[in-house]
Design a protein around this ligand. Structure first.
Ligand code: PLP
Length: 383
């Protein structure tokens, strides 16, 4: 039986005021997450310093994230951001030998290309896989780029610009055939689609808590496959990355025998409160049902947009998209502002307006969005 999505809307007060289509940027705030922030404040007011509880919250985020991804807690580093996680991973890789190539795609969020380019002085060679004429990146393009010199294929799951989802199983097969590892940037998919890192067979995955995971900014995760979590040694480090955090040993670096070695300093305690509450709520709904819901809402939205003369650049095939519908406009920023005046919250990137859906959206939200887009077509459709 599907979850009662309509009833769940009551947990997100903003939905009573706005048509909220912005989860790919920042999720709607749930009552439980607000209560978690308040619990932290109460702790500070009434207890003062409650470190055992605070560290427990961070550990809870680690294990809930592991459950979400079908990983073990030892394979999860709780990070400050996706960028922090990828930087820490990059610091553990050696680009001095013949395997110095990092393959990224044209669909990357800047951070997952910039960090690899930042490794060029260390010997890394970054190769970009281009899109085809239809705007998608076919497997053949990855096959041309991935070779025996490839150390890492660092790819986004769902593109933040156009909502397209890459063929991850196909890309992983190509990488494995050449002995390369795979990093999945799943920030635009985690929480909106079902993700199983074991089934996908990726080596690393990075994401954060402020979008579809219902939490907040300033906290994220890096999944590192078990064997690599114990063998790679990051040169980005700190006391919370040590095997024994309490040892206070200043004579050596003794990394934790787990993905915790990819962490650094004191955890973002208040963010852990919020992230824990968001993850618990999300897991209670269940990602397989959320994925079905988001694919249905985005399909309905794209088809209806087309009927009123707006063409989206998001792929129509279910296996090729996430929870965002991207629509080119001659002024995507202006369009987003006009929608906001009508109570519809969206975002924009480049020439595309982005409407991102989550399980708390419904057909009425699609209807309000379409009615406004119909009104605004004359002024904002592409030239
Ligand atoms: C796909 C993707 N990767 C990475 C990031 C950046 O994450 P962070 O700011 O946590 O480094 C974003 C942010 O929107 C994103 O959409």
């Amino acid at each position: 039986m599907e979850p009662d999505f309509q009833a769940l809307r009551k947990e997100f007060p903003v939905l009573g005021r706005k048509t909220y289509l912005n989860s790919g940027s920042y999720c709607a705030l749930a009552n439980d997450v607000k209560a978690a922030f308040e619990a932290y404040m109460d702790d500070r007011l009434l207890v003062g310093a409650n470190w055992d509880v605070w560290i427990g919250k961070n550990e809870s985020v680690r294990s809930l994230t592991a459950t979400l991804l079908n990983a073990s807690p030892d394979e999860i580093a709780v990070t400050a951001s996706v960028s922090a996680g990828i930087n820490s991973l990059a610091s553990a890789l050696d680009f001095a030998g013949p395997r110095n190539k990092v393959v990224v795609s044209d669909f990357e969020f800047p951070t997952n290309a910039q960090i690899w380019h930042a490794q060029e002085p260390r010997g890394a060679r970054v190769v970009h896989v281009p899109r085809a004429g239809d705007g998608y990146i076919p497997l053949e393009h990855f096959a041309e780029a991935i070779d025996e010199r490839t150390q890492l294929v660092a790819i986004t799951h769902v593109c933040f610009r156009n909502g397209a989802k890459l063929d991850i199983p196909g890309i992983v097969r190509l990488a494995r055939a050449k002995g390369a590892r795979v990093l999945l940037d799943c920030y635009q998919s985690v929480g909106s689609l079902h993700i199983d890192v074991r089934a996908l067979d990726v080596d690393f995955a990075a994401g954060g808590m402020l979008k579809y995971l219902l939490g907040t900014a300033g906290i994220g995760f890096l999944y590192v496959r078990d064997s690599l979590a114990r063998s790679l040694v990051p040169t980005n480090s700190g006391w919370f990355a040590q095997a024994d955090i309490g040892a206070m040993d200043i004579t050596a670096n003794r990394p934790a025998p787990s993905a915790r070695r990819f962490e650094a300093g004191t955890p973002a305690v208040v963010n852990a409160y919020a992230a824990e509450a968001g993850l618990k709520l999300l897991l209670s709904v269940g990602t397989p049902a959320i994925e079905r819901r988001n694919l249905a809402l985005t399909q309905h939205c794209m088809q209806s947009l087309e009927e009123i003369g707006w063409r989206s650049v998001t792929p129509p095939q279910d296996e090729r998209r996430g929870a965002t519908v991207a629509v080119p406009s001659r002024d995507s920023g202006g369009l987003s502002k006009e929608l906001m005046k009508r109570g519809i919250v969206t975002s924009h990137r480049d020439d595309n307006l982005r409407a991102s859906f989550h399980f708390y959206n419904n057909e009425d939200d699609v209807g309000s969005f379409l009615a406004a887009m119909k009104q605004l077509r004359g002024s904002f459709s592409p030239g």
